[in-house]
Design a protein around this ligand. Sequence first.
Ligand code: PLP
Length: 393
Amino acid sequence: MSLARRVQRAAPSATLATKAEADRLRAAGADLVDLGLGEPDFDTPEHVKEAAREAMRRNETHYTSVEGMPALRRAIADRYRDRDGATFEPDDVLAGSGAKGVLFAVIQALVDEGDEVAVFAPYWSSYPEQVKLAGGTPVIVSTREENGFLPSAAALEARLTPRTRAVIVNSPCNPTGAVLGRDEWSALAALAAARGITVISDEVYEAFVYDGLPFVSGAAMQPVLGEHLVVVSSLSKSYAMTGWRLGYALGPREIIRAAATVQAHDASQAPTLSQCAGLAALCGTQEPLRAMLAEYARRRSFLIPALQRIEGVACSEPRGAFYAFPRVTGLYGPLGVHSSSEVAAALVREAGVVTVAGEGFGAPGHLRISYAASLPVIERGVERIAALVAKRI
Ligand code: PLP
């Protein structure tokens, strides 16, 4: 059977493949410690679930408009006005099925056949594939480990061509945890504005920045970027709502309308009950976020030093998100392997620990180790890795 060329160009999701493999092994009885998780291990806050129950009782079970309920779009626009001083109106907001669904619609709306989209590596694995599915070409721009994997304007500038349509910025970054400060943001924004390139800022990990560092949203760059800015985020990670599938984009009305047209012929809208729950999450108490952040910080302060103590593992400190991204090339010799995907496979096979290999993020030589798992689980996972390495060194 012959499949469409655009589908053949796209690779399956590395992270979802890891999850499927771990689920398969667990079903077959394997005792696994899963540090491959790309989602919070917390449950959705109770008042958010209650809002969905109430909405169901009120029979809010029908279609909404494609763009989402007016009250939700207003709450989203207000958040960026109050926090970042941005001037988005409710009509500049598109709610959709997760950040992933909204990003897909925005990229479809912006990228033409042959257009280039700059993507900083290491990257979340869906960016290049979504660009390819739109007929575009992802242009990978390297970041440097010794600079904390921070996207640099100079590195971006060197890769721009007349075909560059957009650049995707992800802060805090999955998988590296890099967090853009105001200076780095300003340099990127000035370059993009000068060259007329749209910045797509993916901020799904915005709630997770550590050590008192401020989170700087792309929305704060609106005075420089103007019409060249689309902010994408979701409630998935911040509010532990991955399964509800609620994300959103804010941007110039023309782009938002075009992305809504794409969504109109695809998912239609974000699920109605999820929109009701999302409104409660955005407008209700933010205390659960603080509690979750404190717990992630506690796990991070155990995990990073524990990984640094393992011979052959070099781990810098992530500033945000909930992943460690150590270099594991020092384990190739002891484990008798030649790549990080083989390290990940050996860890599953010989230590029963699930991680995600760096290859899927455009960063061979690394592993992504999630701390969206309870501290005892993280401790067990690290102990198992350390014991395996100690045996082999
Ligand atoms: N962007 C990044 C960087 C992510 O890591 C993820 C999920 O893993 C998403 C977007 C998608 O999030 P959502 O569940 O809102 O679709």
